[in-house]
Design a binder for this molecule. Structure first.
Ligand code: BEZ
Length: 237
């Protein structure tokens, strides 16, 4: 490839600052991620408006928007469609689609128009092996300092699990607030993993049960963390 043809495609990584951009959305212009400073934000892409998997996803996310907001998290969608397509699609969803008990669903979070694919390319949402003219289903969790904390990608055919996206958000916030890690399939109320020996009691103390924790071996210790304590800390009253 010649130098001046170099592809402007990047793949942001966990721990990177969220790439900045300005864009037009269904809720007006946004300056990302600056407009979301002090809040968590999930930036997610979908392949195309007026498609069935995406419709099921938007209805689900919109129905859960309050739940995410209570955890100080805003939602921002993106596809490479234009603004008028976005508006017409969201109106159709509200006026016509009844799905799994959800109806009259109003998508109030911004949906970015990205006809030039500039933002999608910046975020590695165009994955040519899957599609060259559509974004895959990417999900970026961005923290209140504008840092990328988790990235999940799904192919075009696979609708996302929104309970899992909510679980990831709560687990990230719990890790930050309590200085712990979360084991496989963790949900609030389950035991959490304490940091390695040295930062919290000696290995001997841990194995002898002197600390308030249970050790499966010297490198694997857990402790209780009440569900109420997690939710009282994280969720807005
Ligand atoms: C859908 O959302 O249904 C979809 C979109 C693009 C390709 C395949 C499915």
């Amino acid at each position: 490839m010649e130098e001046n043809q170099e592809q402007v495609v990047s793949m942001p990584r966990i721990g990177d600052p969220a790439p900045a951009f300005k864009a037009v959305t269904t809720q007006g212009e946004i300056n990302f991620p600056a407009d979301y400073k002090g809040q968590w934000v999930i930036l997610f892409s979908h392949p195309a408006d007026f498609t069935p998997v995406c419709t099921s996803e938007f209805m689900t996310f919109a129905s859960m928007e309050k739940q995410f907001d209570q955890a100080n998290c805003k939602l921002v969608g993106l596809s490479v469609d234009g603004l008028y397509s976005h508006i017409a699609w969201l109106r159709t969803i509200k006026d016509k689609i009844e799905y799994k008990g959800m109806k009259d669903v109003e998508v109030k979070f911004p949906l970015i128009e990205d006809i030039t694919m500039e933002v999608a390319k910046k975020y590695g949402m165009i994955q040519p092996g899957e599609a060259t003219t559509k974004a895959v289903r990417a999900v970026f969790f961005i923290d209140p300092k504008g840092m990328i904390r988790t990235i999940i990608y799904y192919p075009l055919s696979l609708g996302r699990n929104f309970d899992e996206l909510y679980r990831v958000l709560i687990a990230l916030q719990t890790a930050d607030e309590f200085g712990i890690a979360t084991p496989a399939d963790w949900r609030p109320g389950d035991d959490v993993i304490v940091p390695p020996a040295g930062s919290c009691g000696t290995a001997k103390d841990r194995m002898e049960g002197k600390e308030d924790m249970h050790c499966y071996d010297w490198f694997f210790c857990t402790k209780k963390l009440d569900k109420e304590k997690v939710l009282d800390t994280i969720l807005k009253k």
